[in-house]
Design a protein around this ligand. Structure first.
Ligand code: NAG
Ligand code: NAG
Ligand code: NAG
Ligand code: NAG
Ligand code: NAG
Ligand code: NAG
Ligand code: NAG
Ligand code: NAG
Ligand code: NAG
Length: 449
């Protein structure tokens, strides 16, 4: 063996390793068929490019697919950008034509309506950077400043995500800004002047106010959930009815703010907000029906909400200021006790009074809007108490008092309670737990039966 075997092995080294034959096997078989091995070798070689090609094709196809998708997305983005640019340009052209139209003043109501409709529409398609351009355009055109007329009705406009930042080249001055009832979520105001700005009823969750002047700004009934106020001037800022849940108020001036009926649940605030250090001439914050960060209410207003008109303060008047006759909507006549009082009228305890006769219902509206968070959380109850005198103490008159509840002053009743006073003079007291949501208005009526 020796040499021969070695030669053979060398000659077919690739084949033998590829088919798994040992040199001794080959030697034992004496003359193996190298040609067969060559065939396998060829086959393997011939197959290889096909497989490689196959893999290559697949990879290539995959890569091509991804590339095509990326290109499509890129094209789509480009198209969106182009569309937005076109929309924005068309909007600005239309606005210019409208504002420069010589009949603008004459057709003011129609023009303002058109500006409103086009603005609301275009804002739906624009990105935050262009929304900001629209915002600045409207402000500069004095259409959203409450110290100038005319104003457009901007309610419902979506300015969410704008970033208004003062830089060395760009100012951020928006005094008397008028943006009630708009969407301003996740909007940033950094270094801005927003003195006397009105954001009433706006949705402003996640917004940031940094180093901004919000002197006397109006955030009434806004949703400022998860908002941030850092180092702002908040003197006399009005938050009545606002949701400040989970927001942060840090640093700055926090004095003389109106926090009536504000929800500060889980709000991160400094001690100075609830217990401000009162400097000379400065006033503390107004806390009434305020829900403080730990969830409890502070300073609940327990004053009488029905204005009695029994005249301690209004005895000089001849007619009631708060009670009205339901039929004619006239105020009630006040009778001055000292003056001409019939002897058969029982004394009602005060210097003057008004009479509720048969067939006459007198009523008054009561707003409980300042208790709205308490009502929504079903934590509010009312205590109705009354004192009635009787014209003729010997009569067996009785009296009905009703309270009708409604979401607001002009909407229909959603609930009512009736209380009967069988014995008069009577002092009556009852409690009512509102089971319904969003009841902020009531009418109290009193009549004889
Ligand atoms: C526009 O509408 C207001 C009331 O909404 C009206 O007082 C005023 O006269 C109207 N102006 C014109 C020019 O029609
Ligand atoms: C505001 O930001 C929050 C949190 O990043 C997000 O969940 C929300 O959708 C954003 N709102 C709008 C109107 O963009
Ligand atoms: C805010 O909403 C209330 C209740 O819907 C409404 O009476 C009030 O006029 C609104 N304020 C503004 C400035 O639009
Ligand atoms: C305030 O806005 C946030 C975000 O839009 C919303 O999830 C939340 O329900 C709103 N809160 C109220 C009380 O409307
Ligand atoms: C919340 O805090 C107030 C004042 O700090 C405290 O009087 C009240 O008991 C607390 N309420 C709860 C539920 O912890
Ligand atoms: C009330 O009526 C008296 C007598 O009729 C009259 O002198 C007085 O001026 C009236 N007062 C008011 C505030 O109208
Ligand atoms: C009270 O007295 C007047 C006259 O003195 C009389 O006209 C009136 O009917 C009496 N009213 C009642 C309720 O008795
Ligand atoms: C609600 O509270 C505000 C601020 O304290 C006050 O000015 C307003 O008169 C109150 N409204 C009612 C209806 O009591
Ligand atoms: C309801 O009001 C009356 C009169 O002010 C008072 O005597 C009574 O204690 C009150 N009831 C409650 C539960 O506060």
């Amino acid at each position: 063996m020796g040499k021969n075997a070695i030669d053979f092995k060398r000659e077919h080294s690739i084949v033998s390793s590829s088919v798994g034959q040992t040199s001794s096997d080959v030697v034992t078989r004496k003359k193996p068929k190298p040609i067969k091995c060559m065939n396998i070798f060829k086959l393997a070689l011939a197959a290889l490019p096909t497989i490689v090609f196959g893999v290559f094709t697949i990879v290539f196809t995959l890569q091509q697919g991804a590339a095509a998708r990326a290109t499509r997305e890129q094209d789509q983005r480009q198209a969106d950008v182009t569309n937005r640019r076109i929309l924005f340009k068309e909007y600005m052209d239309d606005m210019r034509d409208l504002l420069l139209d010589e009949n603008f003043e004459q057709n003011i109501n129609k023009s303002l309506l058109q500006i409103r409709v086009q603005t609301l529409t275009v804002l739906m398609y624009l990105d935050p950077a262009r929304k900001r351009d629209v915002f600045i355009f409207l402000y500069e055109s004095r259409l959203i400043r409450h110290d100038h007329t005319p104003n457009i009705d901007i309610r419902g406009a979506d300015f969410s995500g704008m970033k208004l930042i003062q830089t060395s080249t760009q100012s951020c001055e928006f005094p008397f800004l008028h943006l009630p009832g708009v969407y301003l979520e996740n909007t940033t105001f950094d270094g801005c002047t927003l003195i006397d700005a009105v954001f009433e009823n706006s949705s402003m969750a996640g917004s940031k106010f940094i180093l901004s002047d919000l002197l006397r700004a109006n955030f009434q009934n806004t949703n400022v959930t998860k908002a941030q106020f850092h180092d702002d001037q908040l003197y006399q800022t009005k938050f009545t009815g606002a949701y400040l849940v989970q927001s942060i108020i840090h640093g700055g001036v926090v004095q003389n703010m109106d926090l009536t009926n504000v929800d500060l649940y889980q709000c991160i605030i400094g001690d100075e907000l609830l217990n401000p250090i009162v400097y000379l001439g400065f006033k503390p914050n107004i806390l009434m029906n305020t829900r403080i960060p730990n969830g409890s209410f502070s300073n609940i207003n327990s004053q009488n909400l029905i204005l009695s008109d029994q005249a301690e303060t209004e005895c000089h008047l001849n007619f009631t200021s708060h009670w009205r006759d339901v039929k004619n909507n006239d105020p009630m006549k006040i009778i001055h006790f000292q003056a001409n009082v019939p002897a058969n009228v029982s004394q009602v305890g005060d210097d003057c009074f008004f009479i509720i006769d048969k067939d006459l219902t007198s009523y008054q509206h009561i707003s409980v809007q300042n208790f709205s968070h308490m009502i929504d959380l079903k934590l509010a109850m009312f205590n109705l108490s009354a004192w009635f005198g009787l014209k003729n103490p010997n009569d067996m008159d009785s009296l009905l008092a009703t309270i009708h509840f409604s979401p607001n002053r002009n909407s229909i009743d959603v609930a009512s309670s009736i209380f009967k006073f069988d014995t008069v003079p009577a002092t009556f007291s009852c409690q009512y737990h509102s089971g319904e949501d969003k009841i902020y208005s009531a009418i109290a009526g009193v009549y004889c039966v």
